[in-house]
Design a protein around this ligand. Structure first.
Ligand code: CO
Ligand code: CO
Ligand code: CO
Length: 324
């Protein structure tokens, strides 16, 4: 669902409060957090979607990396996962097995075990994981802690929606698609571990609502504004040219329309760049708000670990997003 529609449905729900639910429906963060004891809380999330690439094993692995990401965005470590899937009756069993194996192997890379799952019949395949993780209750990183002066860091380039759309229209350069797939297959495990070593104020992962949509969630829940420097935002190779060529995924227009309510673009920002900033990402990077000294420390840690990281802007007083 689009960000506006989902928010209005959720606003109408009556969700009982519970003393052990630290993060639930009311907080609407990347994942729910349930405190088990003073030292341990469960992190719980689910994510699944239709095939984004042709190769079934790669699709399963990307869907798993994407689902695991919400645990990392909370500062947690994934431990267990259940597969959730829909397949057509006539889909070759070897294809189903490859999708499931891709998810099992990606979860294993994250240190998590796929222990079961559930499938239903549907004409369009869908696959993903329900993931359980652990976090210390004092180390939860939500969308709500950003403060004016914080730096905004992003750990993956944007453009997976534009590039996979170009691929569906047989208009993609093979190396561009390969780079996008490699990015989607990359776990947010390393950046989450590095983030946990500094005093991060807020974080989320950039997925279907695009950078603008997910940045807006940090802005709203932290009651701050964000200033993002468009030229500092990294793009996957080819992404901007596919935007210029009109290879625009369905959700992108919806994201950009929704962003109009809270985003002001400097007149210098090209239409293609606006599309990139709203491009729905699959298995995107972490967007992290950290105070300036911690930002320097985190960038140093990333350089030492070979972890890509980009500083794209800052947290300011006010509301909404300003693109300069
Ligand atoms: Co998320
Ligand atoms: Co999610
Ligand atoms: Co069942």
């Amino acid at each position: 669902m689009g960000p506006g529609a989902l928010a209005s449905v959720l606003a109408a729900l009556r969700a009982p409060t519970h003393p052990q639910v630290l993060i639930g429906l009311a907080e609407s963060d990347d994942a729910a957090v349930y405190q088990l004891n003073p030292d341990t809380a469960l992190v719980q999330t689910v994510d699944f979607f239709p095939p984004i690439v042709d190769d079934p094993y790669t699709y399963g692995a990307i869907a798993a990396a994407n689902a695991l990401s919400d645990v990392y965005a909370m500062g947690g470590k994934p431990i267990l996962a259940l597969a959730i899937a829909a397949f057509p009756d006539d889909l070759d069993q070897s294809i189903i097995a490859a999708i499931l194996q891709g998810g099992i192997d990606k979860a294993a890379e994250a240190g998590a075990v796929v222990v079961g799952g559930h499938t239903v019949t549907d004409r369009e395949p869908k696959y993903g994981l329900c993931v359980t993780g652990l976090v210390h209750p004092a180390r939860i990183i939500t969308k709500a802690g950003a403060q004016p002066g914080d730096r905004l860091l992003l750990s993956k380039p944007l453009g997976t929606g534009l590039i996979t759309t170009a691929a569906k229209r047989n208009a993609v350069v093979a190396t561009d698609l390969a780079t996008a797939i490699s990015s989607m297959l990359t776990l947010n495990r390393q950046i989450a571990e590095l983030m946990s070593r500094v005093e991060a104020h807020a974080a989320t992962d950039v997925t279907g609502y695009g950078l603008l949509g997910h940045a807006a969630e940090i802005a709203r829940q932290s009651a701050v504004g964000l200033r993002i420097n468009a030229t500092d935002v990294p793009a996957l190779p080819g992404a901007l040219s596919y935007a210029e060529a009109g290879m625009v995924p369905g959700g992108l227009r919806r994201n950009l329309d929704h962003a109009a309510a809270y985003t002001s673009f400097a007149p210098t920002i090209s239409p293609a760049h606006q599309l990139l900033l709203a491009d729905p990402q699959t298995s995107g990077g972490l967007l992290i708000a950290v105070p300036p000294t911690a930002a320097t420390a985190l960038r140093d840690l990333c350089v030492a670990a070979g972890q890509p990281i980009w500083e794209i802007g800052e947290v300011i007083a006010g509301t909404g997003i300003t693109i300069t």
